[in-house]
Design a protein around this ligand. Sequence first.
Ligand code: ARG
Ligand code: ZN
Length: 870
Amino acid sequence: MTVTTAPTARYRKDYKAPSFSIDTVDLHFYLDDTCTRVVNTMQVQKRDDEPDLVLDGEQLQLVQVTLDDRLLVAEQDYKVGRKSLTIYNVPAQFSLTIENTINPSANTALEGLYKSAGVFCSQCEAEGFRRITYFLDRPDVLSVYTTTLYVANKEEYPHLLSNGNKVDTGTTAEGLSWVRWHDPYPKPSYLFAVVAGDFDLLEDTYTTAEGRQVLLQFFVDKGNLNKAYFAMEALKNSMRWDEQRFGLSYDLDIYMVVAVDFFNMGAMENKGLNVFNSKFVLADEASATDQDFINVEAVIGHEYFHNWTGNRITCRDWFQLSLKEGLTVFREQEFSADQGMRAVNRIQDVRIMRTHQFEEDAGPMAHAIRPDIVVEMNNFYTVTIYNKGAEVVRMLHTLLGEQTFQAGMRRYIADNDGKAATCNDFLQAMEQASGRNLNQFKRWYSQAGTPEISVQTDYSRRQRKLTVTISQASDKPANAPFHIPIQVELLSQQGEPLHPPELPVNSVLELTEPEQTFTFTGLKEAPVFAPLANFSAPVKCNDTRSLDELITITRFAQDAFLRWDAVQQLYSQAVHEAIAQGGALTLPNALIDGLKASLTDGNSDPALVALLLQIPSEEGVAAEFKYVPVSAIHRAITELHEALARGLYTELLQAWDMHWPQATDKQAAFSKEAIAARMLCNTCLGYLAAMTDSEAVHERLQRQFAAEQSMTLVFGALQAAVHNQHRLAEVQLAQFANRWQHDPLVMDKWLAVQATVRHASSIAKVHELTEHSAFDWSNPNRVYALLASFSHNFAQLHQADGAGYALLVSAIKRLNTANPQVASRLLSPLLNWRRFNDARQGLLQQVLSDLRNMPDLAPDLFEKIEQSLR
Ligand code: ARG
Ligand code: ZN
């Protein structure tokens, strides 16, 4: 086997404070497509007795090095390594100037400084700054940056941007135009950014709680200004919300957001200069769905909230990533919830945890929210670090309550502002504010895996007493017991809420032992016990409740998540039974009746009804099996879909008709009510389109597809037709492409909807679409839309003949050197091969070892394949 020099792992336990600090950085960029010159002057101070300064640098062409005005001599004074620059025997304090060149046009990995679609743009998190200049590229080195950008042709680049405040502009003797920026807040290199391009500019202002005026600027592709208004509103809402809920205001006089088409991730919180994937900025009703708008608001909020949780207080090392990401996702989720759809949001967040995070935690790349070992940092921007990290912060919030949690936040900020902190610093502030000992709680930071709780109830009529025994077990044998907050509801058989004296006011039981007993008295009859209200902990619950109890919960629980979850249990039971017996799937009549009642009840929230009707995905069901029966899952989900379509046909039509006026109401285009109505119309049509012979359905599919003012409705109809292989699908696909071929973000939906058809034809279709003009291998959004979507089309990816694997692997090979971050994201669904049958195991092992033998295998892929095959 020819493994290229194996990348080395780094361990959390090896943390060592830097031997040098860099107090100021003065950067000059002479921008050029293929040869940008960077002149970087740093004021450096020694912190210990280390003689040599070792700087990080990758893919740089070094021109010269000057130390305190002395031009250094190669080999004698310094050495250039493949990924470093070592300067020998430096003094205690000195000025160091490094001059190097880079090639932004050749940078297809979109990390460091790159040029795409006519725009210079940078992405430095996690370790991209070292692709711009030599530096101590680690988050605990905080410096004050001054940045000057030079261009030959200022008509081509009217906007030259960097962090902080614009302090000066001018023209050099050679005729170069320049702009200088200064950021007064010391920051790590990963928060540095530069952008140069020609944009349309949307401006507004915001007045902080203290009365300071902040200039807000959105830079978008020419002609897209009208699609930036919503994001601007979302920014102002975020700024107001952070003041009101967290007492945190913005700290610079200017806040800029740039939308770019080529971006590996969602967005980046660079100080004062956020860079966004354009799909999280640009939105108008004709081209973006309600979900797109909601995502824009969430990501705008997320990046803004980073200004305190991430920028003012940053991470000591990358193992602490969840310190900023988990906390910021929690803040983003609370912001979205406070905008008005708390229950809907919560349920959607739980779905992400269960289908994606539980899966990651059960696979070869399982890691704690504060990992111990990392090969390629870009592999750790995961659903575990982000979403489970947010769940852990949420558990603290549940245990402490809003007031004490906010006191903990104030303490955390007071103690750590301007510093690079650790997860323990955060926990310590929470301990000090609450007076609680969080030692056991800390295990959530160090132990991977998903605990499973089991609940047993025993009611004594004579003593009027309920005894509840809750135990916890872990899928990782070495784990010690977790501290698990379990919010509960007790209901009478008639569904009234009960609050026995032993139940804490906040209804949160604290499970800390492997097994614990809780007793509740004064109960006239056996109550229904519903654990994990609001999904109070990221755990699995081994459910043994009876059908009657589940039905009571679906009807009467106060907490919307519990009601939704009980219905999910019923779907899941039906699916598991059908798989176990290999027979036809049957649904309990009580469930069908309940769904009928919700569909036709004008008083229930249509958004929640839509969620009740959302059945588990194939991927979600697969996550519940240790050994995955691929085709049985596929069959059961198909039957469940059809059973609901048939069983609820009349009520689905009725509900669609009932909500259609609200869904298309112009005045309330983006109101909660209109969004909810559209959610339900789409859900109904998603089932109805399975009734391919119905004229009534045909007519509504056409009517909804023609609702041109709303992409939510148009795309909802298209998706219903395509996913159900309705005879309208081909015509609608053609019309849609014709109407939207000029708009790549809309065409991404067109690609994705075809890649997610649950039918064997999808493989050939995806192949074919890689040749379509709407597709582009060099743009991550296009690759995600077509290939990442396909990679979650579970039964098709896992086709028994390996055709799905072959399709994905050829894409990964193609992207290995061009864009390893994107390649690595595509690889994840192939890693958990041990959970499939022998034939698939063989195929998967084969493709993984093929990949490993590739020349120039990217570290991103190397790390995952190694973990998977070990
Ligand atoms: N800090 C960014 C965010 O969550 C994520 C950027 C990570 N980028 C990367 N290439 N690893 O808002
Ligand atoms: Zn973030």
